[in-house]
Design a protein around this ligand. Structure first.
Ligand code: BEZ
Length: 211
């Protein structure tokens, strides 16, 4: 199966989770979603990642994003591990953790990279839009924990640029100036951004972030 690419439809699946069984498309209907894999339960980096994601619940909720973790471990392991996350990270798991021992999700999303490990998932993360299309895909090795503030930052950009004809510059964070996309003519820009913009080059026009 070829790799999932940006713009592809997120594959649907039926699985058991720590919050009960779900059909993925039904569970994310009309929402933004994050689906992220971790290699293995009862491992150190994964424990910190799930704790960090749980700590960011309010930020995900404020953006209308539903979060799902997944690994190839069985549901009983997930339930047993949750206590360790609370003990060590000071926060209870507050989003569904998918049990994927049959590797249905891991295979559909290309989360197993055989030259890294032929049994465990790498650290894959997908942001999925309300249209169920893949908007972002990142892949990290087992040895490197992800920066979940960066995930929130990218979601801010994805949600803004889905609504307005703008793009976000390097290291942008919400509230900073954005770029008018080159496909927008100056005439159209005058209608869309009546307060004006700064032209640094004809292709690089900076404008305050639209509300
Ligand atoms: C970890 O989460 O620390 C980990 C998991 C699998 C392989 C290596 C590290």
């Amino acid at each position: 199966m070829s790799a999932l690419l940006l713009g592809d439809e997120a594959p649907d699946f039926e699985v058991d989770t720590t919050s009960g069984p779900i059909r993925f498309h039904e569970a994310i209907e009309g929402s933004w979603a994050v689906l992220f894999s971790h290699p293995k339960d009862f491992t150190p980096v994964c424990t910190t990642e799930l704790g960090m994601t749980a700590k960011l619940k309010d930020k995900f909720e404020a953006r209308g994003v539903k979060v799902f973790g997944v690994s190839v471990d069985p549901i009983d392991d997930h339930h047993a591990w949750i206590g360790d996350i609370k003990d060590t990270q000071g926060v209870a798991l507050n989003f569904p953790l998918i049990a994927d021992p049959a590797r249905k999700v891991a295979t559909a999303y290309g989360m197993i990279h055989p030259n890294a490990s032929d049994t465990l998932t790498v650290r894959s993360l997908f942001v999925i839009g309300p249209d169920k299309k893949i908007k972002l895909k990142i892949e990290y090795p087992a040895s490197t924990g992800r920066n979940f503030d960066e995930v929130i930052r990218v979601i801010d950009s994805l949600q803004l640029t889905a609504k307005h004809k703008v793009a976000t510059p390097a290291n942008w964070t919400s509230g900073e100036d954005v770029i008018i996309v080159p496909a927008v003519s100056d005439a159209e820009a005058k209608e869309k951004f009546p307060e004006g913009w700064k032209t640094l080059k004809p292709y690089l026009r900076m404008v305050p972030q639209p509300k």
